[in-house]
Design a protein around this ligand. Sequence first.
Ligand SMILES: Cc1ncc(COP(=O)(O)O)c(C=O)c1O
Length: 401
Amino acid sequence: LADVYLDNSATTRVWPEVLEVMAAVYRDQYGNPSSLHRRGVMAEKMLDTSRQELAGVVGCHPDELYFTSGGTEANNWAVFGLAGIRRPRGRRIIATAVEHPSVLAPLDVLAERGFEVIRVPVSERGELEASQLAVALTPDTVLVTIMAVNNEVGAVQDWEILLPLVRDRSPHAAVHVDAVQALAKLPLPSPGLVDTMSFSAHKLHGPQGVGALYVRKGTRILPLLFGGEQERKMRAGTENVAGVAGFALAARLCRERGQQLAPLLRELYQGLAGIPGFGLNGPVPGEGAPHILNVYFEGIPRGEVLVHALAERGVYASTGSACHSRRSRPSHVLSAMHRSGDALTGAVRFSLGAATTREEIQQAVAATAATVAELRLHSGKGSQRGTGGHGALRRDRPQGS
Ligand SMILES: Cc1ncc(COP(=O)(O)O)c(C=O)c1O
């Protein structure tokens, strides 16, 4: 049997069509968009077309998109750029406790620089509750950052309730949305109702190292990089023309082809729920993102052991946490969701891609059932610790996010 790749929240396989477009740019349209000659003009045209194509998926004006080196850069830029320009108005920043580290770490830096950073708790399903947000919002709040889809558990937000609340209680606050796991998979909050949104190409079958920041027309933000006129002087540096072309096409294809994700996720959920001791972290399929399922099994206390054992059977998943380091800290997301015991430390995330098939889901369910039974047998004999020593997987790297 072929390998089953269910780690698409970490990264995805690039579509063949996307590779082809990128190859064509490297081969034929390799000019620098700033050059005056024909090749430069062709590259510039490619950049413009890609910006329009991506704007069509986001639902914004092309001039509101700035290309970056990925989601991390876009999140860093939004946090530093929005807070920095609003500093004279106030120092209070509100974020959900379950943001991606590329939002949380910049907020830690801002806290060291004198901002008051409030991390708002989430519900047991990972969702931000209006009542929790309401008590945190103040008139001097300058930035509110809320992720659209949580990368560990797939929790989504109720924008229709949350955004008016922010506007009402914190009229001077900019709103940033990390939409890295949402683009082309779920409806985004209406551009215009938020100030910035971050995106990443490699989460939707585009290349790694490319992303974008949406900045609403009229929203003021500090520039990110200096030393060139690219990206309307906000993010200097020769553009990644091939990467951007691949990103735009991937986003469009993903939106067109991602319809089967939700039924497949439900099928995976139903299959895994048949395994004794099954537990779910996060929303049930249908109420969260269509591609992420975070589960655990009673009696399996270490998610990485299950991930390693599944990989031996050709099924690739990841532990729940995006920040499992060498020290293997428990996930900040699951901790914020008040998970404990096996649900906290034994969590495994399956994430689907636009190319995932029913057969793969069935294969993954069968492999998980067999693996869980086997691990329980081993742990009964007190040897579960030994199961994780497979050479095929790396243990010294943070888990893909
Ligand atoms: C929710 C979320 N935000 C931001 C990022 C960072 O994106 P990138 O890998 O493009 O830097 C990721 C993935 O790593 C993510 O899942």
